[in-house]
Write a protein that binds this ligand. Structure first.
Ligand code: FES
Length: 129
């Protein structure tokens, strides 16, 4: 599945819209991308949280939630195509959940936030719109 998604991520679809009432030279071209939206860097550091074993959590993957590191539904308007990651810890534990949203071990921080593309990124204020 991951291989298929990776292959699809890089496919661009080009469509020519047929508009019979216009000359062939003026037909519109529309390009659609299958690339998922990029996550917003919510924080350049992980969030230390106390997790309750057996409880279901939704980790924000889009970075737009105001309840970081958890989902508040903001992805529906600001990042359609990204969904929260749901997880259930086996036991009560303290965890460092990723705030940069680029971890390779979601929802946990794996140190990716120390890489240049995160360190040098500009954080933007989130707006309500
Ligand atoms: S905060 Fe994202 S990898 Fe550490």
């Amino acid at each position: 599945m991951n291989t298929l998604v990776t292959k699809l991520d890089h496919i661009w679809i080009s469509l020519t819209l047929r508009q019979p009432w216009l000359p062939a030279t003026t037909t519109s071209k529309v390009q659609l991308s299958t690339l998922p939206p990029e996550p917003f860097i919510a924080s350049k550091k992980p969030f230390k949280v106390e997790l309750v074993g057996g409880k279901r959590y939704s980790w924000c993957t889009c970075g737009h939630s105001k309840k970081q590191p958890f989902c508040d539904g903001a992805h529906k308007l600001k990042a359609p195509g990204l969904m929260p990651l749901r997880f259930v810890p086996e036991k009560d534990t303290t965890a460092w959940l990723c705030g940069c949203k680029y971890t390779n071990n979601p929802p946990y921080c794996d140190g990716t936030h120390k890489q240049d593309f995160i360190v040098s990124a500009t954080l933007h204020e989130q707006t309500d719109s």
